[in-house]
Structures are given as structure tokens and as C-alpha cells.
Write a protein that binds this ligand. Structure first.
Ligand SMILES: Cc1ncc(C[n+]2csc(CCOP(=O)(O)OP(=O)(O)O)c2C)c(N)n1
Ligand code: SF4
Length: 281
């Protein structure tokens, strides 16, 4: 699965970018789970994050900015035997694709959404992104961003996601364990990853997270929604919980549609979906 340098290609990420650690995390998680690349669907968003498309093997699309979640839902619906993973930035997933995120949580679609949360638009050189703290100054918000930040963890928990977690790109070892748990979870799983953008975000640095992030305690109860929401709100105090905040078992979307009992791609005839008319009028 490791093809860095393959055919002369190597990631174009800046030296020190958190994306390197996330790539190690995803690749290691898939390898440790014993998955074959042919059993993986990956839907990459647009951005520095989505450029990982060139450096992880598997069936993959690299689609429009903000549209990686509906693409993944379509892939999963066509063949729910495949492990389906979304990789994108906080701009693509919580900004342009915010509506898709919300409704995929509600439906408990069986996909894993991995977000490189760097609080900026990296690829387009540092405009503000939806998770940035109020007042954050960027080239697109020289006087500071006016809007309050999106709280992805609280949003996911409150809207029905059945696995909600947060990792840190600077701690690949813990990230691998979170990713393995998320990928094997049945239902919608979110891994929001605190990812320093060393070039354009001079506030949310590795040093910043070493000071402001904390691991959930060993005896943390993962299936209590109120506790999980309370932890997710710690961000308002500039505290970032790391680990699995919330987890519950609930049937995934595709499991509740009788026509999807066998994967669509494996059916000889799509009789249930036969044309309902042969005329335009
Ligand atoms: C619909 C649409 N709007 C805007 C763009 C331009 N664009 C490309 S990448 C990007 C920002 C990406 O930021 P983010 O999603 O946070 O990912 P990152 O680069 O930080 O990993 C934007 C605005 C686009 N490609 N498509
Ligand atoms: S611009 Fe930021 S997010 Fe993009 S590769 Fe460089 S450090 Fe990483």
C-alpha cells in the first residue's frame, strides 16, 4: 500500500504538515486491520487533505469540493460490502459540504469520515475555515472572523452519528487505534483530526495542541450522549478532548432497505428498479 516515490510521485505537502501523520495513521490502520486495497472505497475531497488520493491505494474518487460525502454514500449504496472512507478538510466537510455531513449523520450511513481539521483552507493558501475560533485573522478575514465556529463533535453527536471521535496528527500511535475503531464501526463514524497547517495557521500549532489537547480518561463512558456533548463543548474553553467521545449501536441506513439485502452490483437484474413507464407523456 506504500507508494510514496512510486513512479517518481511524492506528496506535495509542506515539510512538517499534519497531513503526513494522518497518512501514516490511515495507511497503518488499514494494514493492521488486514484489509486488502481491493476491499476499500475512498472518497477524497478537494484540498491538501484530498491530495492523499495519490498516495493511498484503493478504489477511489477525487471529486468536487464539499461533495465527498454524497459520493461515498452512493458508493456504499451500490456495494455495501465495501469499507467506505471519506478523507477531506474542515472546509470541504463542514463548510461546502456541511449539509451533506449533517444528513449523513442523521441517516447513520455506514461510512467513516476522516477530517483534516486545520482551521484554514490550506490548498488555497490560508483563507479562514469553519472551525476557526471567532476573531481568527486570515487573508480573507483581516479583522477577524465574525461567525462562531462550527463544533463538529457536538454537531455529529446531536444529529445522530453513532461514532464520534477526535485525534491529533502529532500522535499517530493513538490516531491509528481511533481510526481502526472508526473504520470497523457499523454506521456513521467521524474522526476529526487536529491537524497543524504549518504554513498558514500560526495559532493552532503542534505546540498549541500539546498544551490544549487532553486524552479522555481510561474509564470514560462512551455511550452517554450528555457526557459526550459536554466534552465536545470544552472547545469553547480552548480544550480539545482526544479519543472516542461517543459510540452506540444502531442499524445502518442500508440495513433498513429491503432491496439492499444483496449488494446492487451483485444482482443479475435490477427488477425492483425496472422502468415505471416507457413513455415521456
Ligand atoms: C465548489 C468549490 N469551491 C471552491 C473551490 C476552491 N478550493 C479548492 S481547495 C479549497 C480549500 C480547501 O480547504 P479544506 O477543505 O479545508 O482542505 P485543506 O486544503 O485545508 O486540506 C478551495 C476553497 C473548489 N475547488 N470548489
Ligand atoms: S498548506 Fe498547510 S495543509 Fe497544505 S500542505 Fe502546507 S502545511 Fe499542509
Amino acid at each position: 500500500m506504500d507508494n510514496i516515490g512510486f513512479d517518481g510521485y511524492a506528496p506535495t505537502w509542506c515539510p512538517g504538515c499534519g497531513d503526513w501523520g494522518i497518512r501514516v495513521g490511515i495507511k497503518s490502520a488499514l494494514e493492521q486491520l488486514g484489509y486488502d486495497p481491493s476491499t476499500i472505497f475512498m472518497s477524497f475531497d478537494i484540498g491538501c487533505s484530498g491530495n492523499m488520493n495519490d498516495f493511498i491505494n484503493g478504489y477511489a474518487t477525487h471529486g468536487l469540493h464539499g461533495r465527498s460525502i454524497p459520493t461515498a454514500v452512493g458508493m456504499k449504496t451500490a456495494n455495501h460490502e465495501m469499507n467506505t472512507i471519506v478523507v477531506g478538510g474542515d472546509g470541504g466537510i463542514y463548510g461546502e459540504g456541511g449539509n451533506h455531513f449533517l444528513h449523513a449523520c442523521r441517516g447513520n450511513h455506514d461510512i467513516t469520515v476522516i477530517v483534516h481539521d486545520n482551521m484554514v483552507y490550506g490548498l488555497t493558501t490560508g483563507q479562514v475555515a469553519p472551525t476557526a475560533k471567532q476573531g481568527y485573522k486570515s487573508k480573507s478575514t483581516p479583522q477577524g472572523i465574525i461567525e462562531v465556529p462550527v463544533n463538529p463533535l457536538a454537531l455529529a453527536i446531536s444529529q445522530g452519528a453513532t461514532f464520534v471521535s477526535q485525534g491529533f496528527a502529532g500522535d499517530a500511535r493513538s490516531l491509528i487505534e481511533i481510526l481502526k475503531a472508526a473504520i470497523t464501526h457499523k454506521g456513521f463514524s467521524l474522526v476529526n483530526i487536529l491537524q497543524p497547517c504549518v504554513t498558514f495557521n500560526k495559532v493552532n500549532t503542534y505546540q498549541y495542541y500539546l498544551k490544549h489537547a487532553y486524552k479522555l480518561p481510561e474509564d470514560y463512558v462512551q455511550n452517554d450522549k450528555k457526557i459526550a456533548i459536554a466534552e465536545s463543548m470544552e472547545v469553547d474553553e480552548e480544550k480539545f478532548p482526544l479519543g472516542i467521545l461517543y459510540k452506540e449501536e444502531r442499524p445502518a441506513y442500508h440495513e433498513q432497505i429491503s432491496q439492499l439485502e444483496a449488494p446492487l452490483v451483485k444482482r443479475a437484474q435490477f427488477t425492483d428498479f425496472a422502468p415505471f413507464t416507457s413513455s415521456f407523456v
